[in-house]
Design a protein around this ligand. Structure first.
Ligand SMILES: Cc1cc2nc3c(=O)[nH]c(=O)nc-3n(C[C@H](O)[C@H](O)[C@H](O)COP(=O)(O)OP(=O)(O)OC[C@H]3O[C@@H](n4cnc5c(N)ncnc54)[C@H](O)[C@@H]3O)c2cc1C
Length: 361
């Protein structure tokens, strides 16, 4: 499934299967049942996320303002429970509508049924690849106050300030840009998938071991209790990576670390997926060796965007497809996919009058 492609790493060998691009569009707004001054935004999965956030802010509805400037589609947001600067979509999502590829029927999940956690949901864990998200409903608060939980935002406004949603969005965008987290034409540091690594959640004993090995107390933030009810803390992955010898601006051939953000792996120009993975592996191994933290626990398995250039359809010679598809816009790519599907199995269905094609691999 291809949303906006902002969080994908496509194998250099291509993909031996059908690629579906979700292009469902449309936004409707209604009063939330029983919710004073709350609105439900019902948004088709193919809508551009940042454009949608901008609209909610223009309409003075609070709940997503800290998530401005994140690339991708609306349908991609529940998949990894998109979050930044003190907000996650989990706290605004009312309902997710999806097509169940196993049962071949539409289903709807409440937020609780989505299994949201830190950069995680049922869609990228237990039910990975089972559902096509077609629509997301968000519950937002009309004239609500912005969320100012994140230190950078608190610093920008001071303790007594009551900024508007639009002012918060402006600061979020500015902070994102200083960290290479905003897509800006010509900025090499934003050629990433955002943060490639997650901040590991560890217990007190692991913190003690890490402090001992590094000879200094690691910075940390409360992360609530674990399954054993013991205290857990979140360690900044950036600190661990830097302690393991990888500084901002580090380069390994065409792959590298952003000069403004240790967690962002960048394509410095022409990097292959293999080169990006080599760098990611080098970093995780170094952290593992330095601190004895197991890989997989703390590092993002949901891989990241580098480029589309190896996306291809079944039956098309890989390299030729790569060259061909690179020149297509998303809409053209979608039309190509429809044609591919017709030729493979012709299986499709209609949702909200927009054709979405589902086909078995
Ligand atoms: C510069 C930059 C900054 C970023 N900053 C952040 C950030 O602050 N916080 C954050 O959380 N993320 C961030 N990201 C990551 C990315 O923006 C999000 O993960 C985004 O939600 C991906 O959406 P997409 O539509 O591009 O998904 P894609 O990259 O196309 O797909 C990502 C995954 O979701 C699946 N998927 C996509 N759409 C659907 C659908 N409709 N149904 C089922 N599965 C689907 C895909 O199959 C794939 O597994 C950043 C990325 C970049 C490039």
């Amino acid at each position: 499934m291809l949303g906006g492609g902002s969080n994908l790493l496509v194998s250099d060998k291509g993909f031996d299967g059908l690629v579906l691009h979700v292009a469902l569009r449309g936004i409707s707004v209604s009063d939330a049942p029983g919710g004073a001054a709350q609105k439900i935004y019902r948004v088709a999965a193919g809508e551009d996320w940042d454009g949608f956030v901008e609209r909610t802010v223009e309409e003075n509805c609070a709940g997503l303002e800290c998530l401005a400037g994140i690339p991708g589609t609306v349908g991609g947001t529940p998949v990894q429970n998109v979050g930044a600067y003190g907000q996650e979509v989990a706290s605004a999502i009312e309902r997710v509508r999806a097509f169940d590829l196993a049962e071949r029927t539409f289903v709807e999940f409440s937020a609780a049924e989505c299994g949201f956690a830190y950069r995680r949901s049922r869609f990228n864990s237990t039910d990975r690849d089972r559902y096509v998200v077609t629509r997301v409903d968000y519950r937002l608060t009309e004239c609500g106050a912005p969320t100012l939980r994140y230190a950078d935002l608190q610093r920008a406004f001071g303790s007594d300030a009551q900024p508007s949603l639009a002012e918060v969005v402006a600061v979020v965008r500015r902070v994102r840009q200083t960290k290479g987290m905003l897509l800006v034409e010509g900025d090499p540091d934003c050629r990433s998938a955002g943060s490639f690594f997650k901040n590991p959640v560890v217990d007190d004993e692991q913190v003690r071991q890490i402090a001992e090995k590094s000879g200094t107390e690691p910075p940390r933030f409360p992360a609530g209790p674990g399954a054993d009810n013991q205290r857990r803390v979140k360690l900044p992955a950036a600190w661990l990576i830097e302690q393991a010898g990888f500084a901002k601006g580090y380069a390994l051939g065409a792959a590298g670390i952003s000069s403004r953000h240790t967690l962002a792996l960048i394509n410095r120009g022409g990097a292959t997926a293999g080169e990006m993975l080599t760098l990611a592996t080098l970093i995780t191994q170094a952290v593992e060796e330095r601190f004895g933290i197991a890989r997989g626990d703390e590092f993002n398995e949901e891989l990241n965007r580098i480029s589309f250039h190896n996306v291809c359809a079944r039956g098309v010679e890989l390299d030729a497809a790569a060259r061909e598809y690179r020149t297509f816009s998303a809409v053209e790519l979608n039309e190509r996919v429809l044609a591919e599907v017709d030729s493979f199995c012709g299986s499709h269905f209609q949702d909200d009058a927009t054709l979405l094609v589902i086909a078995a691999k």
